[in-house]
Design a protein around this ligand. Sequence first.
Ligand SMILES: Cc1cc2nc3c(=O)[nH]c(=O)nc-3n(C[C@H](O)[C@H](O)[C@H](O)COP(=O)(O)O)c2cc1C
Length: 179
Amino acid sequence: MSQLLILYSTTDGHTIRICERLRAVAAALGTQVTVKPLADGTADDLARADAVVIGASIRYGKHKPEVGAFIARHQAALEAKPNAFFSVNVVARKPGKDVPEANPYLLKFLKGIAWKPQRLAVFAGKIDYPSYGALDRTMIRLIMWMTKGPTDPTAVIEFTDWSRVEAFGRDIAHLAPAA
Ligand SMILES: Cc1cc2nc3c(=O)[nH]c(=O)nc-3n(C[C@H](O)[C@H](O)[C@H](O)COP(=O)(O)O)c2cc1C
């Protein structure tokens, strides 16, 4: 059975939920999947995997610094096997910014790293106003107001199109060569 390693970088946990859905889809297709925090990912994990996927969420315009740092540190190991990257952000809720070729955060991120992931995806994330601190809530409401999104401070909105997540899950399930 081929081994797929999915490493995630998250702040509020939505990227983990996406990874768990990817795991379920790939596992149903006979791929053995390990999901773990990027921060805990080691050179040994990469060496053992037949294929690697990294997923990371955006906060204030950027993925966490750990993402670029991990990729720079392990670039050769990433390039040595089938690989993919996906980004989670709420700009991706917008038609026209919901594909890798047009999502501004993903495009900017890729320009700043040397790794060229073989597969890419972008998924719309979640807004959970009640769980945010006052400053973050105000900032996100402002961004949403400017981009014609929901601003009700009691709202919890999941923008994720799970059928797209599942399609990517099927895609990455076949990344690793069959054992
Ligand atoms: C404080 C904060 C800042 C955010 N900044 C952005 C942003 O600049 N652009 C964007 O598209 N989404 C932004 N988001 C939305 C997140 O990308 C979205 O909530 C995502 O689902 C978070 O994933 P996570 O739970 O895995 O961290 C922000 C969310 C929060 C809470």
